[in-house]
Write a protein that binds this ligand. Structure first.
Ligand SMILES: Cc1cc2nc3c(=O)[nH]c(=O)nc-3n(C[C@H](O)[C@H](O)[C@H](O)COP(=O)(O)OP(=O)(O)OC[C@H]3O[C@@H](n4cnc5c(N)ncnc54)[C@H](O)[C@@H]3O)c2cc1C
Length: 458
């Protein structure tokens, strides 16, 4: 049994921001970050673009709140959290500048501001070099006295009498490691790896929703995953608003379609070209639905472009917009359990402004760290007996199970419910008895059912 005051699970932008803030708030507290690897991981520090955008609204830019809340439908958003993003964006950008991240600048040296996806307002900055960003973040955390334990994946959050007591981890050899803590900050990333085709960086198995569900935390927006169309061969991003034009031929398994100028979907092409992920509840999703209606069983779409080129597009999970419902300090309904980054929600809903997630990792990572330190300094150490009652962890999940699960997610859970979803959910219910990954997938898949969507909208 290891003991710490503040346990941070995950070492992406959210986890490291939270750990730094917790140590800075109270240097008498021990703060430990546990994650599967010591190197750059997850979507923050190992995504394929090697750069990240971050929204930076001015504190009095109420247009930011209006944009975020408009995009949140048909999901859930909390305007208090959205406001907090706006109020603290500048301070968190200053932190990143002090850390020395490599931001893109105009020729005169000023930061370059660009519009993010779904927005025309140029208020997003971009930094390059994610591995270097990781080195800077981790170096700053080590210098501040944060402890790191690598090679460990959380498999269970330990809760006793409604309070978090720590977490149980699995090491690389399948051994169990228990960590008791006064406060726990979950920052283990989003659900994209649950899909056969995912764009996120390595080191995340998509367990956050399962960990939260089993701990009794309230989740929302779990069914709203962002998907991008990519070329199956090169892996490069493909913009449906540009590719779908008069003369494009879609080769579906049930017959083809040649697009003509009057096709109603094409009226939305210009709007669709303003964002990379497909947009939930937006009229321009008609283009994504048109592609999906011509998908083969594995979700791939064969098409001939207007210029006569043959290509195959695949829909890839990029990032989730769902997660734990948190208050303005990142606290969940489980006392002492804080959640930040891609596994928390409410600061965005079904859709999110491009650059909004990096901002959320910094604002709510910081706030969760400070609040966890405040709580940790005044809380009794949880009794070790909270761990005694736990059954041993099930063994590592078999690659056959994971393959079946990811294939099923790609087939039945793409951008809303697809045929066969109810049957797949029954399969997941079966798997979830022994598999945490299946529990995560089940939490997401259930949110796609029409009855869950209706309930969320009320
Ligand atoms: C290609 C790509 C481009 C993107 N571009 C942008 C952008 O420009 N702007 C923007 O705002 N967002 C962007 N996003 C989304 C954004 O990068 C992520 O949502 C964000 O970085 C998530 O940060 P995080 O710290 O919550 O999670 P991650 O960065 O994914 O980190 C999760 C951490 O948790 C660890 N972990 C996972 N499971 C466990 C476990 N069970 N136990 C212990 N540790 C665990 C992982 O190893 C990792 O260290 C992009 C995503 C992708 C994939």
């Amino acid at each position: 049994m290891l003991r710490t005051d503040i346990l941070v699970i995950g070492s992406g932008l959210a986890g490291l921001r939270a750990a730094l803030a917790a140590r800075a708030a109270d240097s008498r507290l021990t703060v430990h970050v546990l994650s599967p690897s010591a190197g750059p991981s997850g979507s923050s520090f190992a995504n394929r673009n090697d750069c990240l955008g971050m929204q930076v609204p001015d504190p009095d830019d109420a247009g930011f709140d209006a944009e975020v809340l408009r995009l949140a439908a048909p999901g859930f958003a909390d305007q208090t959290l959205v406001r907090q993003l706006r109020l603290e964006a500048r301070a968190r950008l200053d932190d990143l500048l002090r850390l020395g991240l490599d931001f893109r600048r105009a020729p005169d040296g000023a930061l370059e501001y660009l519009p993010g996806c779904f927005s025309a307002a140029p208020r997003a900055v971009i930094f390059n070099g994610l591995a270097r960003a990781h080195t800077l973040f981790r170096g700053a955390a080590e210098a501040a006295g944060v402890g790191f334990l690598d090679g460990l994946a959380a498999r269970e959050l330990v809760v006793a009498d409604g309070c978090v007591a720590g977490a149980r981890f699995m090491d690389r050899d399948g051994g169990e490691v228990d960590v008791s803590a006064r406060a726990v900050i979950l920052a283990a990333g989003g659900p994209a790896p649950l899909f056969e085709r995912s764009m996120c960086g390595p080191g995340n198995d998509g367990l956050s929703y399962g960990l939260l569900e089993r701990a009794g935390a309230r989740l929302a927006n779990a069914g709203f995953v962002q998907f991008f169309w990519n070329d199956a061969g090169s892996g490069r991003f493909a913009q449906p608003g540009v590719i779908l034009r008069p003369g494009t031929v879609l080769h579906g398994p049930r017959g083809g379609l040649t697009l003509t100028a009057g096709h109603p979907a094409l009226a939305q092409a210009e709007a669709r070209a303003r964002h990379c992920p497909a947009g939930y509840g937006l009229p321009d999703a008609i283009l994504d639905e048109l592609l999906l209606a011509h998908a083969e069983e594995d979700g791939g779409v064969r098409l001939t472009t207007a210029e006569g080129g043959e290509t195959r597009l695949v829909f890839c999970a990029h990032a989730g917009n769902g997660g734990a419902v948190v208050d303005v300090d990142g606290m969940t309904c489980v006392s002492g359990l804080f959640v930040c980054g891609e596994c928390a929600t409410g600061m965005h809903g079904a859709n999110r402004l491009g650059g909004g997630m990096v901002l959320a990792t910094q604002v709510f990572g910081f706030r969760a760290g400070v609040a966890a330190a405040r709580l940790g300094s005044g809380t009794e150490r949880p009794p070790a007996s909270a761990f005694d009652l736990l059954p041993p962890l099930p063994p590592s999940e078999s690659s056959a199970l994971l393959e079946r699960l990811r294939r099923g997610m790609q087939r039945h859970c793409l951008f809303g419910p697809r045929p066969g979803l109810r049957g797949f959910i029954r399969e997941l219910e079966d798997m979830a008895r022994s598999s945490l990954t299946a529990c995560s997938a089940l939490t997401l898949a259930r949110e796609l059912l029409p009855e869950a969507r209706k309930k969320a909208a009320r």
